[in-house]
Ligand binder design. Structure first.
Ligand SMILES: [Zn+2]
Length: 214
């Protein structure tokens, strides 16, 4: 495990199949400014990355600030994971959710149903820290919606399956709903972004350390 690295993958931010910028979910503020999933996912991912460095765990970001969107397509994500499959200990894809109902809220983790036990372990380690650390005086920031083992070809199923097919243990973390007022407050506030990223980072770190034990 020591030679391996964690792939931290900020969701979206590339060109989609139609050649347009894929910003993921989007929330329009009353003032007309947009909150884009791609930007917030990147902000959270940087915190996770910094935390990996702090813990002395090898990590790489797939997408960086300022990368050309041509470099960040889903096809390139998969190619990168396949090319580096022997060296990736965990592929953690970070997203913000959205729903047409503003009441939908909470966090969840997806992985593909034929996944080996590693994916479930990674998901459980992240879940444990996420539930514990994103808590303010006993009140959870996010409702925990569960670890979802996907089998269907919905938008999560296709993503989770594609990641899994790359041959590395992969999970997709939906940190909360950009379309929900309370979740959005936490997902866009730098203090809470720090807490969210550290929670995910600590979960990954515990998984990686668990593999180092003799
Ligand atoms: Zn997304």
């Amino acid at each position: 495990m020591t030679d391996k690295f964690v792939l931290i993958d900020a969701g979206h931010g590339g060109l989609n199949k139609a050649g347009r910028f894929d910003y993921g979910a989007c929330h329009m503020n009353p003032g007309g400014t947009a909150i884009r999933e791609a930007d917030k996912a990147l902000a959270i991912s940087y915190v996770v990355y910094e935390f990996m460095n702090y813990m002395g765990i090898q990590a790489r970001m797939f997408r960086h600030r300022g990368d050309h969107p041509k470099l960040c397509t889903n096809a390139r994500r998969l190619a990168y994971a396949r090319d580096n499959a022997d060296w990736i200990s965990a592929w953690v894809s970070i997203h913000l959710n959205s729903h047409k109902s503003p009441n939908a809220h909470g966090a969840e983790i997806f992985h593909w149903h034929k996944a080996d036990a590693e994916e479930l372990q990674i998901a459980e380690y992240i879940r444990n820290e996420y539930v514990l650390l994103t808590d303010i005086d006993g009140i959870p920031m996010f409702k925990w919606r569960g670890i979802k083992t996907v089998t269907s070809h919905d938008r999560w199923g296709d993503m989770a399956r594609a990641y899994h097919k790359a041959g590395v243990p992969a999970v997709l973390v939906e940190t909360g709903f950009l379309s929900n007022k309370r979740d959005r407050y936490y997902l866009t506030n730098p203090t809470y972004i720090q807490a969210i990223g550290e929670a995910i980072g600590l979960g990954i770190a515990k998984y990686v350390k668990s593999k180092e034990k003799p």
